[in-house]
Design a protein around this ligand. Structure first.
Ligand SMILES: O=C(O)C[C@@](O)(CF)CCOP(=O)(O)OP(=O)(O)O
Length: 322
């Protein structure tokens, strides 16, 4: 019996990953940059045993169906191959994500599973190699291997496409992110499907790639300068450009609900009244507000004039895989 356990935290992209160059290896068309957060994480335990007759997957103590288990099995196969191990495994993942949040936890989930496999199979993979493995589970998962500011260098093959930690002299410790959880019933298009349709049909997509590269360079400069205003401006503009690509897809779609639009307007108004805060959004209606730790309580209080307190969740910079 081989046992492994790991904890990995959620990351939110400030420069978005949006579109694949290679679907199998999950090589992106553009590099991205994220902030790993402390509030949300996944803890995964895995046991490999020669007497097991199939892979079994529990998520939040719920036995998972064949589809979900197959996805996890395919991912674990990467590690079994690496370790030349044919044992089946039992996986237990617990998502420490506020239940109401409905926040995507695939990134922390797959990163934690990568770490647990690494330990159980005694592969001694370093963080760079772990990041490559996690990437093949879900692109954004590769960034959760590290804490703080993380760049996923797009690369062009399995070896070169990986995440790296950005030297930031602890600038991330001055930041906060407030999640505005909007429980719209909007049927979400999974990020994998959304980006595929966008790459294949959106006339705005080529411009996105040009802009994302410029935004990344400018953001790395803002981090080096510890310039929060610049960091926020680029974050918000980059999210808007990424979401703009979906409006020109065929058929067009958007992740924005009416509540998302209201939340974005509230953030703009709070900013216009003197508190520096900027929004970003991913493949869902929730709005995330990037601000400075020193002002997070004031900004949360302003948001609470427009949203219920239980819809507002504060997170700070978090660590890499543990
Ligand atoms: O996180 C970001 O950079 C931006 C997004 O969250 C969407 F806004 C994309 C996340 O995509 P992911 O779920 O990693 O896709 P996969 O590789 O098809 O599994």
């Amino acid at each position: 019996m081989l046992k492994g356990k790991a904890r990995a935290h959620t990351n939110i992209a400030l420069i978005k990953y949006w579109g694949k160059e290679d679907e199998q290896l999950i090589i992106p068309n553009n590099s991205s940059l994220s902030l790993t957060l402390d509030a949300f994480y996944t803890e995964t335990e895995i046991v490999f045993d020669k007497n097991f007759t199939e892979d079994i997957f529990y998520l939040d103590d719920q036995l998972q169906d064949e589809k979900a288990t197959k996805k996890v099995s395919r991912f674990i196969d990467l590690f079994r191959q690496q370790a030349n191990c044919s044992f089946f495994a039992t996986i237990r993942s617990i998502n420490h994500v506020p239940t109401a949040a409905g926040l995507a936890s695939s990134a922390s989930g797959l990163a934690a599973l990568a770490g647990a496999c690494n330990q159980a199979l005694q592969l001694n993979l370093d963080q760079e190699s772990l990041s490559r493995f996690a990437r093949k589970g879900s692109g954004s998962a590769c960034r959760s291997i590290y804490g703080g500011f993380v760049e996923w260098q797009k690369g062009h093959d399995d070896q070169s496409s990986k995440a790296v930690k950005i030297a930031s002299d602890h600038f991330e410790d001055e930041l906060a992110m407030i999640f505005i959880v909007l429980n719209d019933q909007k049927k979400e298009i999974a990020s994998r499907d959304g980006m595929k349709r966008t790459v294949e049909t959106s006339s705005f997509y080529p411009t996105w790639l040009t802009e994302a590269a410029l935004d990344l360079a400018a953001m790395k400069e803002a981090i080096a300068q510890k310039d929060f205003i610049r960091l926020g401006e680029i974050t918000e503009a980059n999210a808007l450009k990424m979401h703009a690509t979906t409006l020109a897809a065929v058929p067009p779609f958007t992740y924005w609900s009416s509540e998302s639009m209201r939340a974005m307007q509230v953030v703009r108004t709070i900013r216009a009244n003197g508190l520096a805060c900027y929004f970003t959004m991913d493949a869902g209606p929730n709005v995330k507000v990037l601000c400075q730790k020193a002002e997070v309580e004031q900004i949360k209080a302003k948001l609470a004039e427009h949203f219920a307190l239980e819809q507002l969740i504060v997170a700070f910079s978090g660590p890499g895989i543990e």
